[in-house]
Ligand binder design. Sequence first.
Ligand code: ZN
Ligand code: MN
Length: 478
Amino acid sequence: MMRSVIGLEIHAQLSTKTKAFCSCKNEVDADPNTNICPICTGQPGALPVLNDQVVEYAIRGALALNCEVHKVSSFDRKNYFYPDLPKGYQITQYFHPIATKGYVELNSGKRVRIRRIHIEEDAGKMFHSSENITESESSLVDLNRCGVPLIEIVSEPDMEKPQEAREFMEKLRDVLRAVEISTGNMEEGALRCDANVSVVDDNGRSSSRVEVKNINSFRFVQRALEYEIDRISKAMKSGKNVPMETRGWDSASKSTVSMRSKEAENDYRYFPEPDLPILVIAEERIERIKNSLPELPDEKAKRYEEKMGIQKENAKILSKDKGLSKYFEDATEIGISPKDASNWIVNEVMSLFNANSAEFDPEKVPLTYLKKIIDYTNSTKISRLAAKEVIDEVYKTGEDPDTIVKKRNLLQMSDEDSLVPLVREAIAENPKVVEQYRKGKGSVVGFFVGAVMKKTNGKADPKLAGKLAKKLLDGEIE
Ligand code: ZN
Ligand code: MN
């Protein structure tokens, strides 16, 4: 069995108000080149000043990812030439990063270690003539993103399966969102992932390491790695050399393509940034931030499971997203039992949003309405099937469940007086089945329930119908 070794490098855009080293707005999507100044466009003589909110956010992220935050760290220059980088270098933390040694715990309990987290700035964006610009044979540059703060998170090569890499990314996003430092949106580029992968064969011989870039969704993290592991394994089996290289994921062809060989990789000539002082963080500040962190998704899931008695899978789903966990907790506040709330929200409410490919929005299914539907169902006034119909209608029209139940005539027949004659009728019509019952086949009660459901167009309360059928057959009632 071949096995693979996967490590990830993630860049997360921090949602600070202003950029990392100047006071330009941190708004990437504004009109091109409107949020720029002499500092972030690298004019001679302009000096960077570190935005303290960047430090605050980086510490929050690092602590939430179980890292050790260093009281002393510093900035360096990573030098390279590209038109989207007007300074000719990126300010980053190479020699002394702000944090090291964290981890993310996967659902299996396995811990994927984080080697380091450092602060750095983003570069601008290029638009080439192929990408909807009218001037042919030309490229345009938008520097709004220059100087936008990032944290780069580097994992240890602890993952063995593409699925683990995807789960790592999703958990990371959930944590970054929970501590409110990044939107974590991969599709919008606020969270970017480069994956390093190598394959080890049965004899312990390892392939070269291949880096895959341009992965812009959680699904593609898994897909790109599956593709790459397959490609490398096949090459190794057929005795071909796997060159060390950087490849790009192409979501259109669902494959990776070679971008450059590692031999040709740039020498970045890292050296300490002379224009920024050493970053010193007081112990008290780290403590204060540690104490101010909100409950993280994993802790929340644990609380739901252990204190509220929620099923593990449901607890995980409900704790992932702030809006959803609030909805769930609010549901229990207005008197829905935790068990009902979790089951109904995960199985019914969320599947509505999924079916409509919509983002979760608590307004679409108000909790007071959800409570009414659950009460109707628990008291067997309406069937489970009718409940689905009602919740669907609430989602679509926003109508009150009382109105919907009335309008659609969904109330179950759950009073004995109206059901007994129908059950009696069903028994009279099926003497052969009655015979089977007499011979000891108790399961035929279900047959009479079915018959009564048919007679009532599905409106009879099936439990009560079963109970009455048994009583009538046993002669307990006439
Ligand atoms: Zn600026
Ligand atoms: Mn980087």
